[in-house]
Design a protein around this ligand. Structure first.
Ligand code: KG4
Ligand code: ZN
Length: 346
């Protein structure tokens, strides 16, 4: 089965073609990662960098310009003719509405013209599917999905049976990286900039680990950002210590994410832990969670998302689209709708 994925929820225009050699069905013993035939991403980062963040109307205009070239490149690299596609999967939300519409209308036009089935995929379901692109994963599993817009702990009973057990009450982990980097003058996107700048701990410099003692699995990162702001205001020479501030901010975010994930895994007795989303590109988080799973979960296994699939891409949307298609079938071309506030349901 050949699936075309389309992703335009934020500032990446992405199209991918994946192939499932063996129909894996939805049974655990049949799981087999697909072959990613192409995964083309046109990033707008350099355009938005001068504004310090994504400007929605600029992003939408760029998607319009990029969509056809990116689609053509994805098909060329995959060496697949449009008519050979069996299913079209497109992100319908959550995200920037004007950006989402570019992908949705492209998918609608293709599905109509080619007479192919189409599914509308939740962007977070895409991030949840990303580790399955390269791993054979056993269920039940617990996923930590951390991106610029979302911080979620999700229980997965199978491919398409989610239960959110924790989420952020305010800023997402990636947003905290981005806003912290802005305060430190490190530019956008903040995650990679903080990670590159981080050096070592400065004795006495301590930022909070938000909600670590809350007894639930929710997150809150806006207080951490404010704590950084006030700490910087008190330090006239903070420019000399950027490496220490970046280190402490990164450590506070990573420790909080790792602590809550391990606590949830213990409570729900889950051994298979998944890590995905843009922030999961962070090497401190990857290593920190790997060590914690190894040391604290008996028989535990951490399934990482391969780096090219951590930040927004269409291969993960194609695979999530396949899971959804197997479970719920496709939607009529006329019913496909973008929804910027879409929530994750199973
Ligand atoms: O998944 P993604 O591409 O888009 C959303 O769905 O939001 O995630 C983007 C986020 C940004 O906040 C970016 O700063 C963060 O992922 N990010 C990182 C790293 N690479 C990207 N955060 C920490 N460390 C990184 N290496
Ligand atoms: Zn994303």
């Amino acid at each position: 089965m050949i699936i075309l994925g389309i992703e335009t929820s934020c500032d990446e225009t992405a199209v991918a073609v994946i192939k499932l050699n063996l129909d894996p069905g939805l049974r655990q013993d049949d799981i087999k990662p697909p072959k990613v035939l192409s995964n083309v991403i046109s990033s707008q980062i350099s355009i938005h960098q001068k504004y310090g963040g994504v400007v929605p109307e600029v992003a939408a205009r760029e998607h319009v310009l990029n969509m056809v070239p990116v689609l053509n490149e994805a098909l060329e690299v995959a060496k697949i003719k449009m008519t050979k596609i069996d299913l079209i999967a497109v992100t319908v939300g959550p995200g920037l509405i004007t950006s989402l519409i570019c992908g949705v209308e492209t998918a609608r036009a293709l599905a109509f013209a080619l007479n192919k089935p189409v599914v509308g995929v939740n962007h977070i379901a895409g991030h949840l599917a990303a580790p399955f692109l390269t791993n054979n994963i056993k269920f039940p599993a617990l996923a930590l999905t951390v991106s610029g817009g979302h911080t979620n702990l999700v229980l997965l009973k199978d491919y398409f049976n989610y239960k959110i057990i924790g989420e952020t009450l305010d800023d997402a982990a990636g947003e905290c990286f981005d806003k912290g980097a802005k305060m430190l003058g490190l530019g956008y996107p903040g995650g990679p900039a903080i990670s590159k700048t981080a050096t070592e701990w400065l004795p006495g410099l301590k930022l909070p680990r938000p909600m670590i003692g809350s007894g639930n699995f929710d997150f809150s990162f806006s207080g951490l950002k404010t704590a950084l702001l006030y700490t910087l205001k008190k330090d006239k020479d903070y420019q000399k210590r950027l490496g220490n501030y970046a280190y402490e901010l990164q450590t506070a975010i990573v420790e909080t994410l790792v602590y809550k994930t391990i606590a949830a895994a213990k409570k729900y007795k889950i051994k298979n832990i998944l890590l995905s989303g843009g922030v999961s590109a962070n090497s401190s988080l990857r290593q920190g969670l790997e060590i914690a799973v190894h040391d604290q979960i008996r028989g535990g296994h951490l399934y990482l998302t391969a780096l090219p699939y951590t930040t927004d891409n269409a291969a993960m949307i194609a695979l999530a689209g396949y899971f959804q298609f197997k479970k719920k079938g496709f939607v009529s071309v006329a019913k496909l709708r973008a929804n910027s506030n879409l929530t994750l349901t199973h």
